[in-house]
Design a protein around this ligand. Structure first.
Ligand SMILES: Cc1cc2nc3c(=O)[nH]c(=O)nc-3n(C[C@H](O)[C@H](O)[C@H](O)COP(=O)(O)OP(=O)(O)OC[C@H]3O[C@@H](n4cnc5c(N)ncnc54)[C@H](O)[C@@H]3O)c2cc1C
Ligand code: FES
Length: 331
């Protein structure tokens, strides 16, 4: 058991309890998102050196300043904690457009200032007026209009996604973090084949990576597998098919794991997206792989593509962990 000293109060942190859980259980108002050490929205700082596992994924200069992720921090001795001084939400974006991509997924177009820099496929954190923080992936490469596109799937009783779908209006301004994560295209090996596999709104980063790779004249083969349960859950099919007609190197396989009839045979692959992708390619030696969406799919697929020959350094992932740890509805 350790004592947390935070803003003139002391809190007892039980063995195996995270700093985030301790503070939330005591109704301390603290920002958080994924609870999985991914989104970095729960970052705090301590006077003492925090446990090493609470600093995984942070920059070296942040580690040296004792920054740590509260959701990954199970302290074994007392910690004096302070909020990080510089706000994570260094940008403000304006809502330019909202458009349904399918029955439950919305394209949210935001305009950003000149000092926001990103690569397609990275993610940002957004915050509601009630301090709810969530991560969303950027689905377009930088453009001269300073716009970013997000695909936001509404989850039943999901606090942030419902707020975006129902309450957020064109012209509203929202706080946004810097771009985070390493799930993006680089043109250092233009001849390498690219395997892109995603479920549901996991298409967002992949669509951005795909456009970026094509714009940078990637020479290797690119194969996008996008999976959902039913045909109406897929989206952007026409836009991607249009790209396929323009680029010989591009292949696209929409996959259905649920309702499938004879009518679907010519348009869709049958089965779970990762099973279809893995049965298409037996040898992934020297492939670069991007995996985005449902955390379980991402985890399973990472092991499988490694066993099929992909180098760990060539596997990039964005697992869409939910803050509640309840993932049965998500993809
Ligand atoms: C790096 C990263 C990138 C991401 N990119 C995207 C993206 O591009 N597009 C996208 O759509 N999502 C993305 N996500 C997921 C996103 O951040 C949110 O987690 C998601 O939108 C759900 O947030 P929410 O606030 O709407 O739902 P939450 O309020 O967090 O709820 C999530 C689910 O849990 C259920 N739930 C919540 N509390 C309870 C409870 N007490 N009892 C029972 N059920 C409960 C809700 O009904 C809901 O189904 C990403 C996540 C990460 C980590
Ligand atoms: S990294 Fe801690 S809540 Fe996301």
């Amino acid at each position: 058991m350790a004592t947390l000293h935070y803003q003139q109060q002391n809190y007892l942190c039980q063995k195996d309890e995270t700093v985030l859980d301790t503070l939330l259980n005591k109704n301390v108002d603290i920002a958080y998102g994924c609870r999985q050490g991914v989104c970095q929205s729960c970052m705090l700082r301590s006077i003492e050196t925090p446990p090493a596992e609470a600093q995984v994924g942070l920059k070296e200069n942040q580690k040296q300043q004792n920054y740590f992720l509260a959701c990954r921090c199970k302290p074994e001795s007392d910690l004096h904690i302070e909020p990080i001084k510089q706000s994570e939400f260094v940008h403000e974006v304006e809502v330019l457009a909202k458009r349904q991509l399918n029955h439950d997924t919305l394209l949210l177009r935001l305009s950003h200032s000149d000092d926001f820099h990103f690569k397609a496929g990275q993610f940002i954190n957004l915050k509601t007026p009630d301090n709810i923080v969530r991560s969303y992936s950027i689905s377009n490469p930088p453009n001269k209009n300073n716009q970013i596109d997000l695909h936001i799937r509404v989850l039943k009783n999901g606090r942030f996604s419902t707020w975006v779908h129902q309450d957020l209006k064109i012209g509203d301004k929202i706080p946004m973090s810097a771009a985070l994560g390493d799930c993006f295209y680089t043109n250092d090996k233009p001849e390498q084949n690219l395997l892109l596999v995603g479920t549901g709104s996991g298409l967002a980063p992949l669509y951005g990576i795909l456009q970026d790779a094509l714009a940078q004249q990637h020479q290797g083969k690119i194969h996008l597998f996008h999976g959902s349960r039913n045909a109406e859950d897929l989206y952007l099919m026409d836009e991607i098919k249009q790209l396929v007609t323009q680029y010989d190197t591009l292949n696209y396989s929409p996959c259905l794991s649920g309702y499938y009839t004879d009518e679907h045979v010519n348009s869709y692959c049958k089965g779970r997206v990762h099973d279809v992708a893995l049965s298409t390619y037996t040898d992934l030696n020297n492939w670069r792989v991007y995996l985005c969406g449902h955390p379980e799919m991402v985890k399973q697929m990472q092991t499988q593509v490694f066993l099929k020959g992909a180098d760990m350094d060539d596997i990039f992932m964005d697992a869409f962990h939910l803050s509640s740890n309840l993932i049965e509805n998500a993809s």
